[in-house]
Design a protein around this ligand. Structure first.
Ligand SMILES: NC(=O)c1ccc[n+]([C@@H]2O[C@H](COP(=O)([O-])OP(=O)(O)OC[C@H]3O[C@@H](n4cnc5c(N)ncnc54)[C@H](O)[C@@H]3O)[C@@H](O)[C@H]2O)c1
Length: 256
């Protein structure tokens, strides 16, 4: 029997087969969960729908996380289909390319607001809709973050600020949802080649540096993040909430 047998998992953030959310969806299906995928827009639909169908996803639905209406509609559909959910994965981030290169001093008001809205506030908006659907089910919410929340990486800029807000939101949500038995955690993944990371200037330089310095002397894979996402969704982590769990070959422990 799989670790997630009988669980209902709603996953945001599949754009293609390199997405962390995709590796997570595959791993959840292998562990016996029913999976629903929420995708950003029509541009990604043509990739997400066949992927979802290939693993027998129960639902594959659009949701632009900038829109409260989209989020409410999506959760209403999930409620109709499933009645409740056990697992919610937030694997969503966005900043304009211009904000992800050069000096942090050039961060614009609009760029800051957009990165914070899509990459951090959306977790709160989702959690609010998920709360009644997760009540009494020992639910688990998992967000994807990066070490740029805490340390300065070249070009990561406003996304580092958004990840700091995301991680703080994980802690506040863990406190707010804990009394109902819902846990909220984040996974801090090492650099991975995806659509999102392609937008960060000099990504190869960061990945190369990590591979040289991390205790494991290599970068991680999407599947390794998915493994941690299985653990955090499963009863094996029943006593864990409000945590940021690193899956980064140990890079974050290195001083020099
Ligand atoms: N790739 C890395 O190196 C890395 C490292 C640590 C953390 N992360 C985080 O992992 C998460 C997933 O990123 P990824 O690397 O798998 O890349 P990805 O591009 O595959 O995933 C990002 C997802 O965000 C979605 N998205 C963007 N704007 C949206 C909107 N308005 N509404 C709904 N969805 C929207 C995209 O459609 C995409 O599916 C992100 O939070 C990212 O910051 C990535």
């Amino acid at each position: 029997m799989g670790l997630l047998e009988g669980k209902k998992a709603l996953i945001f953030g599949v754009a293609n087969d390199k997405s962390i959310a995709w590796a997570t969806a595959e791993a959840y299906r292998k562990e016996g969960a029913d999976v629903a995928l929420a995708y950003a827009n029509e541009a990604v639909a043509k990739r997400v729908i066949p992927l979802g169908e290939s693993i027998g996803a129960s639902l594959i639905l659009p949701c632009d996380v900038r829109s409260d209406e989209d989020i409410a509609t999506l959760f209403a559909k999930i409620k109709d289909a499933w009645g409740g959910i056990d697992i919610l994965v937030h694997s969503v981030a966005f900043a304009n390319k211009d904000e992800l290169k050069g000096s942090f001093l050039n961060t614009t008001r609009e760029g800051f607001a957009m990165a914070m809205d899509i990459s951090a506030y959306s977790l709160i908006a989702m959690a609010k809709e998920a709360a009644p659907l997760m009540e009494g089910r020992n639910g688990s919410i998992i967000a994807m973050t990066y070490y740029g929340s805490t340390k300065v990486f070249p070009n990561y800029n406003v996304m580092g600020v958004a990840k700091a807000a995301l991680e703080a939101s994980v802690r506040y949500l863990a406190e707010a949802m804990g009394p109902e038995g819902t846990r909220v955690n984040a996974i801090s993944a090492g650099p991975l080649r995806t659509l999102a990371s392609a937008g960060v200037g000099g990504f190869n330089q960061i990945a190369g540096f990590v591979a040289g310095k991390a205790p494991l002397r290599r970068n991680i894979s999407q599947e390794e993040v998915a493994g941690a996402a299985v653990y955090l969704a499963s009863p094996l982590s029943s006593g864990v909430t409000g945590e940021v769990h690193f899956v980064d070959s140990g890079y974050n422990i290195i001083g020099m």
